[in-house]
Design a protein around this ligand. Structure first.
Ligand code: AMP
Length: 284
């Protein structure tokens, strides 16, 4: 093995993971939960984790509990070899890669039912199964790994707030760290689902970020909230998207706001182009 190559341990059983956790007791540990198909957004979370803690463990698990039957669980991209190669380069210590039977064995019967930001009327309105599935798997990952910190991307802004609230409410000692969204050069937020985009869809996909930025700039200059969002939505639709929502919310609670004076404010969007649903958000 060349000197620069790092040994990366891959755990597929809870007993192997626990042994490693026990051996790492004196070290600080960062967990980066992912569903694989890693891109530079994920790798930025890993770099943050690497800077912050002695040991970094990345979980790769495509969680069936957060997909509805009509969603893309079966076709979700799985790129194991490329993922492990990228994680080796970043000197990750370990990968936690349980299978579905390890995470949800026969008889599994407990689910977390998040409230607060999980019922804000954003993603939850269009994917009602989603945050229950996310919280259940994230709670399991945090209990399995018992990391000092766990990193989550602002790209999934509502998810970051939901997981933060869950960790607080359940007195989970892990610090939830939010990491800013990583974008392509043209502004499109990196996402494993961008791989679904046909060339013509990919060409217009940056509209989401462009409109978010334009809306934020107008609002800061004093433009009225409702009209700004209506015009933004129309522009996104004109580019070929079907908009699920374009909303301005309180950046911490995700509560509805009447004006940006009720802030800090976050703009959040979800829209479908062809068969691909994209989300994005920015601060105002
Ligand atoms: P996923 O594999 O899509 O479940 O994402 C795993 C983690 O990576 C989540 O915390 C996401 O918010 C985060 N993430 C995904 N895309 C990005 C991005 N473009 N920038 C920053 N974080 C991201």
């Amino acid at each position: 093995m060349p000197k620069s190559a790092t040994k990366i341990q891959v755990f597929r059983t809870l007993s192997a993971l626990r042994r490693w956790r026990e051996q790492s007791r004196a070290k600080s540990i960062a967990l980066v939960p992912t569903m694989g198909a890693l891109h530079d957004g994920h790798l930025t979370l890993v770099r943050y984790a690497r800077r912050t803690c002695d040991r970094v463990i990345v979980s790769i698990f495509v969680n069936p509990a957060q997909f509805a039957p009509h969603e893309d669980f079966g076709s979700y991209p799985r790129t194991w070899d490329a993922d492990t190669a990228a994680l080796k380069t970043l000197k990750v210590d370990a990968i936690w890669a349980p299978n579905v039977a390890t995470m949800y064995p026969d008889g599994f019967a407990t689910k977390i039912a998040p409230g607060g930001p999980a019922l804000a009327g954003l993603e939850d309105k269009f994917r009602p199964h989603f945050f229950g599935g996310v919280c259940t798997v994230v709670a399991k990952l945090l209990l399995q790994v018992q990391p000092d910190i766990a990193t989550f991307g602002e790209k999934d802004y509502q998810q970051l707030k939901v997981v933060t609230a869950m960790a607080r409410d359940l007195n989970i000692a892990t610090k939830i760290a939010g990491v800013p969204t990583v974008r392509e050069k043209d502004g499109l937020a990196m996402s494993s689902r961008n791989a679904y985009l046909a060339a013509d869809e990919r060409a217009v996909a940056p509209t989401l970020h462009r409109v978010l930025k334009a809306c934020a700039a107008s609002l800061k200059k004093g433009a009225p909230l409702a009209r700004t969002l209506m015009e933004g939505e129309a522009e996104i639709e004109q580019a070929g998207f079907a908009v699920d929502y374009l909303e301005a919310r309180h950046a911490e609670t995700l509560a509805r706001i009447a004006s940006i004076k009720d802030g800090p404010v976050r703009l959040l969007v979800a829209a479908k182009i062809g068969r691909t649903r994209l989300i994005d958000n920015i601060a105002v």
